[in-house]
Ligand binder design. Structure first.
Ligand SMILES: [Zn+2]
Ligand SMILES: [Zn+2]
Length: 391
C-alpha cells in the first residue's frame, strides 16, 4: 500500500473526525452539525466554501496552478434512521434510531482528508470542486444538488465518487467502465375492496385474494417474462392487511422495489408491472390505488474516467488489489444523477481485514474501517494530481 505520506501523517486526526461523525449521525437533509463541521474544516484550510447547497450540502472550491480543467469529487454525509447495536464501540451513535450504517461518515472524512492535502500542496493545474452532498439514502440528495445548479455554478469536466465495499478485502479497488449499480424504482400498491364480517365475505368485497395474486404474478414477471440472462430484482418488503381475524379488511397495501441494469429492461418491467396490477384488480372488481416512483438511474461509469480512477487507485493500492471484473450490483446510488450530466466514475474500496470482519451495510452491527481513510483520501488526491497534471 502506497498511501500519500502527508495524508498518512494526519490519519490519526481523520480517525477522530470519522468517529465524531459516527457518534453524531444525521439523516438525509438534517445534516446540519455534519455539514457545519465540514465547512469549518474546509475554511480552516483556506478553501472557498458554499454552505446550504442542495439544502444541507456543502460545496468547496480549491484552485491549483492556473488551468481550465475542473474535477468534481463527491462524498455523501447522511446516516440511516435505524438503531446501532455496536455497544462495544466508544464512539457508537449517541442519537436514538440514527446510525452511520453505510459508511458515509468514512466517505465524508476521506474527502476531507483529500481536501486538506490538496489545499496544502496545490500540486495541480485547474480547479477541484468538492461535493459534500446530503441525503443519499433514498432521498436523492444528488438531484437536489443538481437542482441548485451544481454543474452550472461549479462546472466539472469529470466527476468521481467512492463507496466502501463491506465484503472486499482492505484496499481492494473495484473499478471498471459500464453499468456498476442498478436503476432503482419503488412502488406501493393499495387494493381497495369493501370490509365485512368474516363470516359473510359475500356481503363485502375481500381485497386479499386479489392482493395475493398480485404478489405471485409480480414474481412471475421476473421468472417467466424477462430474459434469464438479464438482471432484474423485484422485492416486496411490506405487505399489510387487516386488524382482526373476524373482519374482512377494506384494503391491502404492499410496497417494494424493482432493480434493473438496462433502460430497456426498466421500461419493460414498468409496463408489465402496470399491466399485471391493473388487469388483476379489474378481474377482481376491486379498486387500485398505485404509486409507482422512478428513482435512481443506473450508475454507468464512462470508459476514460474509469481508467483514470483505476490508474490513480493502482498507484495507491498496487496492482494486486485492482479489481476490474466486479459484476454489476443490484444496489443503487444517487451518484448516478451526476453521471447523467458529466463523464465520471464510481469506485468501490474494500475494507475487510482479520480484525475488521465483513458486516453488511445497513446493518446495526456495521462499522466503517478507519484503515480505509488514508487509502480513499490518497486515491482522490492522486486522481487530481494525475488528471490535472502539467503547468
Ligand atoms: Zn446505504
Ligand atoms: Zn451508502
Amino acid at each position: 500500500m502506497a498511501v500519500i505520506d502527508r495524508i498518512a501523517e494526519f490519519h490519526p486526526e481523520m480517525t477522530e473526525w470519522r468517529r465524531d461523525f459516527h457518534a453524531h449521525p444525521e439523516i438525509g437533509f438534517e445534516e446540519v452539525r455534519t455539514s457545519g463541521i465540514v465547512a469549518e474544516k474546509l475554511e480552516s484550510w483556506g478553501i472557498e466554501v458554499h454552505r446550504g447547497f442542495g439544502k444541507t450540502g456543502i460545496m468547496g472550491v480549491i484552485h491549483g496552478r492556473p488551468g481550465n480543467r475542473k474535477i468534481g469529487l463527491r462524498a455523501d454525509m447522511d446516516a440511516l434512521p435505524m438503531p446501532e447495536f455496536n455497544d462495544h464501540l466508544p464512539y457508537r451513535s449517541t442519537y436514538e434510531n440514527r446510525m452511520h450504517a453505510c459508511g458515509h461518515d468514512g466517505h465524508t472524512t476521506m474527502l476531507l482528508g483529500a481536501a486538506r492535502y490538496l489545499a496544502e500542496t496545490r500540486n495541480f493545474s485547474g480547479t477541484v470542486h468538492l461535493i459534500f452532498q446530503p441525503a443519499e439514502e433514498g432521498l436523492t440528495g444528488a438531484a437536489e444538488m443538481l437542482r441548485d445548479g451544481l454543474f452550472e455554478k461549479f462546472p466539472c469536466d469529470q466527476v468521481y465518487g467512492i463507496h466502501n465495499a463491506w465484503d472486499l478485502p482492505l484496499g481492494t479497488a473495484a473499478i471498471r467502465p459500464g453499468t456498476v449499480l442498478a436503476a432503482v424504482d419503488y412502488f406501493t400498491i393499495t387494493v381497495k375492496g369493501r370490509s365485512s364480517h368474516a363470516a359473510q365475505p359475500h356481503r363485502g368485497l375481500d381485497p386479499l385474494p386479489c392482493a395475493v395474486q398480485i404478489y405471485g404474478a409480480l414474481q412471475n414477471l421476473v421468472s417467466r417474462r424477462m430474459d434469464p440472462h438479464d438482471t432484474v430484482v423485484l422485492s416486496i418488503g411490506m405487505f399489510h392487511a387487516g386488524t382482526s381475524q373476524i373482519v374482512i379488511p377494506e384494503t391491502v397495501t404492499m410496497s417494494g422495489t424493482i432493480r434493473t441494469l438496462k433502460p430497456a429492461t426498466r421500461k419493460a418491467m414498468d409496463e408489465l408491472f402496470h399491466q399485471t396490477v391493473q388487469g388483476l384488480c379489474a378481474a377482481h372488481g376491486v379498486e387500485l390505488i398505485l404509486d409507482y416512483k422512478r428513482s435512481y438511474p443506473p450508475t454507468i461509469n464512462t470508459a476514460e474516467e474509469a481508467s483514470a480512477f483505476e490508474a490513480a487507485a493502482r498507484d495507491v493500492v498496487g496492482d494486486d488489489l485492482i479489481k476490474t471484473d466486479l459484476p454489476s450490483l443490484t444496489a443503487g446510488e444517487d451518484f448516478a444523477y451526476y453521471l447523467e450530466k458529466a463523464p465520471g466514475a464510481f469506485m468501490l474500496l474494500g475494507q475487510v481485514t482479520d480484525t475488521h470482519k465483513a458486516v453488511p451495510v445497513h446493518n446495526g452491527h456495521y462499522d466503517f474501517n478507519d484503515e480505509l481513510l488514508p487509502i480513499g483520501a490518497s486515491c482522490f488526491a492522486r486522481l487530481v494530481e494525475q488528471q490535472l497534471s502539467g503547468v
